[in-house]
Write a protein that binds this ligand. Sequence first.
Ligand code: HEM
Length: 409
Amino acid sequence: MSSSAVPSFSPDAPEIHADPYPAFGRLRELDPLHRSDLGYWVVSRHEDVRSVLMDRQGFGQGDFVENIRLFYGPDFDVMGQRAYKWLSEVFLMQDPPHHTRVRGLVTGALNAKRVRAMEPRIREIADDLIDAMLAAGRAEFIKDFAYQLPVRVMCDMLGIDPGDPRLPEVMDAIARSFIVFEARALTEQELAEANEQIGVLQAFFEELFADRMVNPQDDLATALVQSGGQEDALSHEELVTVAIGLFGAGFETTAHMLGNGILSFAQNRQQWAALVADPRNRSAAAVDETLRFESSLIATYRTALAETQIRGETIYPGEKVLTLIGAANRDPRLFDDPDRFDIGRDARKHLSFGGGIHFCAGAELARLEGRIAFEQLAEQMPDLEADCAAPEWRPGFLFRGLSRLPITW
Ligand code: HEM
């Protein structure tokens, strides 16, 4: 069914993992409404990705169980899997009105004013991490900085002790269970592991909320627990689901953004020199260009809720559409010479935070963390270089980030 010029799209293809952009470019230019043999549509032009994400009448999340059964077959027991049951309750995967109710609670906690108030603390955390790297004389950027900064920020927000000995296990559990977001059937082993790791996360956050019920503090965990008295309050189970989602969304994508940025700078030394020449004024643009050029979430998907036309083709209710954010971000119709990393351009029309009613609830926070990180790294490590000869990308398709990136300075 796919256009003869373009082979059927598969997120598992090894060449996509190494470098998705040539395949994304072929789809975007030659077959912009692609029908994958895997049973879903793929859109890749900026205009189409944006309109699918923005069109709340035509597209949404739809029937969760049916969506997952598309990958596994009609008899698959979706809700019998702890990880899928959890995912079905994550508000990102839901349509209004449930989505609206939970999102309101979360965006309240992450609004621009509250995020601005976090700036001094984020600067302090970034400084401490840079000092530790300088003192050690060598560093592996992903482990020593990219993960540490957003994790500590999320710990601060939720009121988790950053020295909690269970934290490494919790971070690992996030990485291994978020594989359920992937648009494909997991192997038996991956699924068993995701089910187990969601259990680890649920136990951790249940304990946190139980503690805040008896020991209220000035943190988001307490605010969430205390919202319990209100009319449209979240149940205890919903609170745990929100906390896992927030904690995970809050650090994985942000860590990848920081790593992808430093990799892109290492591959484009003149751009690093431009940042170093004026870190304070250029770091915001560096964040947007990083998000555009090497987005840490390269795709998401939607289900058609009503009969809708894309490029003259009818998409029927229940059909799934994969929206390739990474392809849209390099659409030459929007961005000149799109395969060039250039912090001097206006990259703000990238779609890396999505769009419409699911627009990233943490975008302000992620931007602030990125701006502070790039600014302070450029100021304090102006000669920073990274080993970028053969980047080691983490497994998986949707979340794009490095597993390691040794740096020197
Ligand atoms: C560079 C970092 C980040 C990137 C690239 C990113 C990207 C995205 C994208 C593309 C979506 C929409 C997904 C869709 O429509 O299917 C999204 C949603 C979301 N993000 Fe982020 N995100 C980042 C950081 C954060 C942070 C720091 C937080 C929280 C502290 C966060 C919390 C959320 C939440 C709660 C949603 C769901 C919103 C909803 O369904 O209404 N994100 N993010």
